[in-house]
Design a binder for this molecule. Structure first.
Ligand code: PLP
Length: 428
């Protein structure tokens, strides 16, 4: 263990982590095993993985079936390229499966290796859509404050959490952020989107992009009518609507896709995480029949966009088996039902506490906010934030979840595996 700790500090730069904290304390936990909703560390401590790791291990840890699917596919054909119209059977079957599961108008899939690549692909596809229709000046993206879309160039630029912009300096041009419904409510947020579009000039906007529920922003669940209004505005200005379903896709919110909670269909939908439950790095973008038709008609020559692992046969085989499990075990339904149990648990905690503010769930995405005074929603000052202390206390008790404190918020997020049972929720 000492050796591993030292090697970690010396040789491993961790993603989205404090380098100085690592140098002082070494890795927080070295995980060794996963089973169901549990993770076990090398020193034998068991944790409830109440975040499904990074909102992604939806079918839970340790599924031998998936390992077998990967092994079988690797023995058959581990990898071959999908560039230049080469193809492979698992990738074809997965594209068909995703088209079947997605909202009815979304039927063509571009594959990537993860969420950030999916969002960069979505951004490039919508720009391409306008270019091939003679409107190259339509290249800006309107996104929401507090949105998180990943860390590659386009995805970071679309992200509405300033901390992510500071790391390496200037952003890509042409990304504008409207205020989120969390900050100012549906009507004012819609007004803010409208103002941004009008200020930039609608003829310069390629697309509006947002997560159905803002995950990393603190599980911020817009009101029921929000996306109908967004869709209306997009239609009014002829702007495409990209739904970032990297977290919400494949059952997380109690529906197959997050947009189903809002009764809308986007023009482009990006996904990752839950499509393989983290057993293989894979994501993608689903485009509407309309967008696909424009591409089929007008995209001449080679579409110069593709990743080495776009359509990876082993990744596709893993995703297919994962989706089979999701359906066979009715996990989308379980997400909805257990979301109700999570909500009940939150309510009972709120009933016993004087510092719990807003509690919210949509399927198995949940959050509790902490406030000094629930009546006025007055928040604790920075040095007294509750969420980081709760996270640390939960960690001590063998539960892993996540704190969100930027913009003076004080939120603990939950996103447990969709296989969680009522007993396990009570335990959590
Ligand atoms: N979009 C959303 C909504 C996310 O939550 C994330 C990751 O958490 C991403 C995109 C980026 O995905 P990845 O980390 O796979 O690049």
């Amino acid at each position: 263990m000492t050796t591993l700790n030292e090697w970690d500090k010396k040789h491993f730069i961790h993603p989205t982590s404090s380098i100085q904290e690592q140098q002082a304390n070494g890795p927080k936990v070295i995980f060794d095993k996963g089973e169901g909703i549990y993770l076990t560390s090398k020193d034998g401590t068991r944790y409830i993985d109440a975040m499904s790791s990074l909102w992604n291990v939806n079918i839970g840890h340790g599924r031998k079936e998936i390992a077998e699917a990967a092994k079988d596919q690797m023995e058959q054909l581990a990898y071959s390229s999908c560039f230049s119209n080469f193809s492979n059977e698992p990738a074809i079957r997965l594209a068909k499966k995703i088209a079947d599961l997605a909202p009815p108008s979304l039927n063509a899939v571009f594959f990537t290796s993860g969420g950030s690549e999916s969002n960069d692909s979505a951004i490039k596809i919508v720009r391409h859509y306008w270019r091939i229709q003679g409107q190259p000046e339509r290249n800006k993206i309107v996104a929401l404050r507090r949105g998180y879309h990943g860390v590659s160039a386009g995805a970071t630029s679309a992200t509405g959490i300033p901390e992510f912009w500071d790391m390496a300096g200037s952003l890509m041009q042409g990304f504008i952020h409207a205020k989120s419904p969390y900050e100012i409510g549906t009507e004012s947020s819609i007004q803010s989107i409208r103002e941004v579009i009008e200020a930039e000039g609608p003829e310069k906007i390629a697309a509006f992009m947002a997560e159905p529920v803002q995950g990393a922003g603190g599980v911020l669940i817009p009101p029921k009518d929000y996306y109908k209004e967004v869709r209306k505005i997009c239609n009014e200005y002829g702007i495409l609507y990209i739904a970032d379903e990297v977290i919400t896709g494949f059952g997380r919110t109690g529906k197959m896709f997050g947009v189903e909670n809002y009764g809308v269909e986007p023009d482009v939908l990006s996904f990752a995480k839950g499509v393989t439950s983290g057993y293989f790095p894979l994501g993608g973008v689903i485009v509407s029949d309309h967008v696909h038709n424009v591409l089929k008609e007008k995209s001449e020559g080679v579409l110069f966009h593709g990743f080495t692992y776009s359509g990876h046969p082993t990744g596709a085989a893993v995703a297919l088996r994962n989706l089979e499990i999701l359906e066979r075990e009715n996990l989308v339904d379980n997400s909805s039902k257990m979301g109700g149990e999570l909500q009940k648990g939150f309510k009972s905690i709120k009933g016993e506490s004087t510092i719990v503010g807003d509690i919210r769930t949509l399927g198995l995405l949940g959050a509790m906010e902490f406030v000094q005074d629930p009546l006025t929603n007055k928040r604790f000052p920075a040095e007294l934030k509750v969420a980081p202390r709760i996270i640390a206390a939960l960690h001590e008790r063998g539960v892993i979840c996540r704190a969100v404190t930027y913009d003076n918020t004080d939120i603990v997020c939950f996103s447990p595996p969709l296989i969680i049972t009522k007993t396990q929720i009570d335990d959590l």
